[in-house]
Design a protein around this ligand. Structure first.
Ligand code: ZN
Length: 142
């Protein structure tokens, strides 16, 4: 199965599992310790996110042709210069089972308004009807 077919299949799976509601995480190495801690404390979504992040890292290294940065034309040819962050798209459910991962280069990952730039690119390329909802706030927070 080529990358485009795999991507289409993952999109369909995420769309049906989340009934059109997606969770988009922009994960950099700094996020991993918190995810590990949450997973160790029984947070299954954190555990699934880590599992999909690690699988994405493995898959990115094998991709032929090499992966492109989500928001620019940088090609990840050099394995010694890995992505600065990975955009992980999963179904917004407690037990997601598939994901789509896109790498971000260091230049793009360090720009302002990263979330809106990523959302705009996903809208142009992958999820035409994407609408960004505000993050729900925890109970008890103003
Ligand atoms: Zn880039």
């Amino acid at each position: 199965m080529n990358y485009q077919d795999k991507m289409e299949r993952s999109l369909a799976s995420i769309r049906s599992q989340g009934q059109g509601v997606w969770k988009i995480d922009i994960l950099s190495p700094e996020n991993v310790p918190d995810l590990l801690l949450d997973a160790a404390q029984g947070d299954t979504l954190a555990a699934h996110t880590l599992k999909m992040l690690f699988q994405a890292i493995i898959d990115l290294g094998k991709r032929k042709p090499p992966a492109l940065c989500l928001t620019c034309s940088h090609v990840f040819r050099n394995k010694k210069c890995p992505p600065a962050a990975i955009v992980l798209i999963i179904a917004a459910v407690d037990d997601p089972h598939s994901s789509i991962a896109s790498p971000l280069c260091h230049a793009c990952a360090s720009q302002d308004n990263l979330t809106s730039r990523v959302a705009q690119k996903l809208k142009e390329t992958t999820i035409p009807d994407l609408r960004v909802l505000p993050q729900p706030t925890s109970a008890g927070r103003a």
